[in-house]
Design a protein around this ligand. Structure first.
Ligand code: DI6
Ligand code: FE
Length: 401
């Protein structure tokens, strides 16, 4: 019965257990109430909340909707043949000579239409959504020309119109050197700074700018130039840093107040200190670590000690992480990196939101945020991390629906 003290909502999920991912921790006998797409209450069952639609969760667990904060979801083709060659003993150089590697994905991506890029990415997106994903970051970086990079970003934006997900896009022109610029990396960086970033910014196609700082990618000096151009256009930055070697990319990124530095196997104490100071998130990518059979572990204990927030993501890409499961990412992070269950869950919710600059909008169960939920058929949250190849998702809610 509606009284003065009744809060009228649109929908209520009750008789649930909540992993709030806030200081409130987990709540037994909890409820989430939503109005106009936003959470108005996430806490103990409270009779003052009423709604037209009340969903009995029968004791199931509710977590925030999952967030994949680092993907290369838009690309054409795959590199299964390259994988076979590698299994047969071919080296990276052999594969590059045979036309493999990032450049083969670039060729396929340039040849694909925007529609084809959307269609192939939707297959991968649907796999992630089926496991409770509600927000995803998608990078460019396989076009490597102004036209093809813009095409990738437009395709990425369209994913958010095709599915009930929040899509953030990242311009990654500095991913690899296109063949037109062989032996002229600085010339390509000129193109990125003087043409690509202004075009991307003018069309509003990117929410952030990323680069691959590596011996086989771009030098710190080149990355600085890209970041300066991003700053001029008001775009936040993030960086593929310290994946294969230590070029001190994380510290460089932190100097530009980066949202995140990602990979980080070869990160050192100076980089950790700089990230802690800047508030940059460490995005760990255990799928790439696993698939490339890396043996150098990211410095987890030092990141913890310095209070650097840790997020997890798929790095979904055809070369080093053909992975479309955040549940498996959590299992790998626990098994390979020894992250705790709490750290794994935070890594694909709260900290992933932080890495995208979206913590005010999603990533925890808190009044005021978008009502993005994943409802799970599990007895305890640890099951989400422990099981491999199972999908206990019962229902997914995005913006209260
Ligand atoms: N780091 C990686 O591991 C991938 N990109 C990057 O910056 C590799 C992408 C690919 O091989 O297609
Ligand atoms: Fe990546």
């Amino acid at each position: 019965m509606a009284t003065d003290s009744t809060h009228r909502c649109d929908r209520i999920w009750t008789n649930a257990r909540l992993a709030t991912m806030t200081a409130a921790g987990t709540i037994e006998n909890g409820m989430v109430a939503a109005k106009d797409g936003r959470i108005v209450h996430a806490g103990p069952v409270d009779a003052r909340y009423d709604a037209a639609e009340i969903i009995d969760c029968e004791g199931r667990w509710i977590t925030p909707g999952f967030i994949d904060c680092h993907t290369h979801l838009i690309h054409a083709g795959n590199r299964a043949h390259e994988f076979e060659l590698r299994l047969a003993g071919a080296s990276y150089a052999d594969i590059a000579r045979a036309g493999g590697g990032i450049v083969s994905t670039m060729t396929a991506t340039r040849a694909a239409s925007e529609e084809e890029l959307v269609a192939s990415a939707l297959d991968r997106l649907d796999a992630l959504v089926a496991e409770g994903l509600t927000t995803i970051e998608v990078k460019s970086g396989y076009g490597l020309s102004t036209e093809a990079e813009l095409k990738m970003l437009r395709a990425a934006r369209r994913l958010g119109a095709e599915r009930d997900v929040r899509v953030t896009t990242t311009f990654l022109g500095a991913h690899a050197l296109p063949p037109e610029f062989t032996d002229n990396a600085d010339g390509y960086v000129d193109l990125i700074c003087n043409e690509m970033i202004p075009a991307v910014a003018t069309e509003g196609l990117a929410d952030a700018v990323d680069a691959f700082c590596e011996g086989i990618g771009f030098t710190p000096g080149q990355v600085s130039r890209v970041f300066e151009a991003a700053r001029v256009h008001g775009l936040p930055v993030k960086l593929h840093a310290e994946q294969l070697s230590n070029l001190h990319g994380a510290a460089l990124a932190a100097g530009f107040d980066a949202l995140s530095a990602d990979h980080l196997e070869f990160l050192d104490d100076v980089g950790i200190e700089a990230m802690a100071k800047a508030g940059s998130v460490a995005v760990l990518l255990p799928g790439a670590f696993y698939f490339t059979r890396e043996t150098k572990l990211p410095p987890i204990d030092a990141l913890r000690a310095a209070g650097v927030p840790i997020a997890l993501a798929t790095d979904c890409n055809p070369g080093t992480s053909p992975l479309t499961s955040l549940l498996l990412v959590m299992n790998m992070a626990a098994t390979l990196f020894r992250l705790t269950v709490d750290e794994c869950l935070a890594g694909v919710t709260r900290e992933a939101a932080r890495a995208l600059g979206l913590l005010g909008e999603t990533g925890t169960l808190e009044a005021g945020k978008s009502c993005d939920l994943a409802i799970w058929d599990v007895e305890r949250p640890a099951e989400l991390v422990y099981r491999m190849g199972a999908n206990p998702l019962h229902a997914r809610v995005w913006k209260g629906l």
